[in-house]
Design a protein around this ligand. Structure first.
Ligand code: DX5
Ligand code: ZN
Length: 223
């Protein structure tokens, strides 16, 4: 049987004044994991959550939490986010010259090691890092903001990333993030994605449960 595709709501589009309630709601509605977007105002032109928010989210759910670090030189903060309850830490290839060392540090901290690629970074960049990866994140928008439009040329890129992982025998998750809703889900899963991150298409919906169910149903069409 095929592994089930995982749905990861991004809290960027949640109501920040009721964050714990929003986390509890997507947990009850069948989310597989929580996606927390950390932005530093330097790597991306926006500032969001820090370690204290992760600690609060950790209290609000028993689901795995992926922290997506859109932060320059993320190695400065890995231990803090690990201590605050992250399950997986995803850093950006473009954010440090010492990617392999940062990934190894994440595993040493006992967490899953994720690596994200901006839209302009080709999958081949990670070829020599595959043994160090538990998750490869192909950004399908330029990071920094929720609610952006899905970049269509990222679809063949996801397929190329899938071939790269399979050729190396990698079991790493292949995650996609940005502009994703039911319209994109089937094709992304068909291209080889195993985790769909969705912010505005879930938290912008009137009914969270329905939004997650619809996304899951669309993803299943691609399996
Ligand atoms: C973008 C973030 C995404 C974002 C997704 O920089 O990494 O996780 O919140 O939001 P939507 O699904 O609205 O594009
Ligand atoms: Zn993200």
């Amino acid at each position: 049987m095929l592994n089930r595709v995982k749905i990861a709501p991004s809290l960027l589009s949640a109501d920040a004044g009721r964050l714990a309630d929003e986390v509890a709601a997507v947990t009850a509605a069948g989310a597989d994991m929580i996606h927390l977007d950390v932005m530093d105002g330097t790597f991306v032109p926006n500032i969001t959550f820090g370690v204290d928010v992760l600690r609060a989210v950790r209290q609000a759910t028993s689901l795995p939490i992926e922290v997506h670090l859109m932060v320059q030189a993320p190695e400065r903060f890995l231990a803090q986010f690990a201590q605050a309850g992250a399950t997986t830490l995803t850093i950006h290839y473009e954010a440090t010259p010492h990617v392999q060392r940062a990934l190894a540090t994440i595993r040493t901290l006992g967490l899953g090691a994720g690596l994200a690629l901006n839209p302009s970074s080709p999958p081949l960049l990670v070829e020599d890092l595959l043994p160090d990866l538990d998750l490869l994140l192909v950004m399908t928008v330029n990071p920094g903001f929720g609610g952006q439009r899905f970049i269509e040329t990222m679809l063949p890129k996801v397929a190329r990333a899938r071939r790269l992982l399979d050729a190396a025998g990698s079991q790493a998750e292949l995650e996609v993030d940005g502009g994703i809703g039911p319209v994109q889900a089937g094709a992304l899963v068909r291209a080889g994605a195993t985790i769909l991150v969705a912010g505005s298409s879930i938290f912008g919906a009137d009914d969270l449960r329905r939004a997650i169910t619809d996304l899951r149903a669309a993803a299943r069409q691609g399996q």
